[in-house]
Write a protein that binds this ligand. Structure first.
Ligand SMILES: Cc1cc2nc3c(=O)[nH]c(=O)nc-3n(C[C@H](O)[C@H](O)[C@H](O)COP(=O)(O)OP(=O)(O)OC[C@H]3O[C@@H](n4cnc5c(N)ncnc54)[C@H](O)[C@@H]3O)c2cc1C
Length: 150
């Protein structure tokens, strides 16, 4: 679990129930627009991959339903694909993170800068702030250059 031990401990203290090795595959509804539950697929840990991590694999035919009034999707830190989809020419890596020049944080679209989790993947506030400062200097230089030449 990608969390600190104390975060896990606090979550349990606050009443969170963990259902390990169960992958939600479908949100169930009552046909009138209301959620009634989730279908979950039972998983098992497979052989370690090249990184040593044992990837979860579905156990064929083993699903079950979990009743629910509300379903909140709060999984992972994947970048929203909306921005690259709306900005032609914006280069992203295989995880959907925006590719930037590491010195200036400028993207493949001239005059567009990015930093933080959207560039680094799930990282930290300190790194995001550092990239923000770097980008701020570069944006200032870019605007100064652009103003001088126009
Ligand atoms: C549960 C959890 C615990 C964490 N704990 C820590 C910790 O203890 N210490 C630590 O250093 N880091 C922690 N982090 C990581 C930290 O939160 C991030 O690294 C940091 O917030 C990244 O900053 P950011 O500015 O890049 O992105 P964000 O903080 O995610 O900010 C991006 C902003 O852009 C907005 N946005 C998104 N799409 C659009 C759009 N299309 N138009 C306009 N606005 C948009 C979002 O609403 C958001 O406000 C944690 C993260 C999580 C999820």
């Amino acid at each position: 679990m990608p969390a600190r031990k104390e975060e896990y401990h606090h979550a349990i203290q606050e009443g969170v129930e963990f259902h390990f090795l169960q992958n939600p595959v479908e949100i169930l509804g009552n046909g009138e627009g209301w959620v009634t539950g989730l279908t979950v697929q039972q998983m098992q840990l497979g052989e370690p991959d090249a990184s040593g991590r044992r990837r979860p694999l579905p156990i064929a035919g083993q699903t079950s339903n979990v009743p629910a009034d509300v379903v909140v999707v709060a999984i992972g830190n994947d970048p929203n694909p909306l921005i690259p989809a709306a900005l032609p020419g914006l280069q992203v890596n295989k995880h959907g993170g925006i590719i930037t020049d590491e010195d200036t944080m400028e993207t493949s679209v001239p005059g567009v800068f990015a930093g933080g989790d959207i560039v680094l993947g799930a990282a930290t506030v300190i790194l995001a702030m550092g990239q923000g400062r770097k980008a701020a200097h570069a944006i200032h230089a870019w605007l100064t250059r652009t103003t001088e030449t126009s």
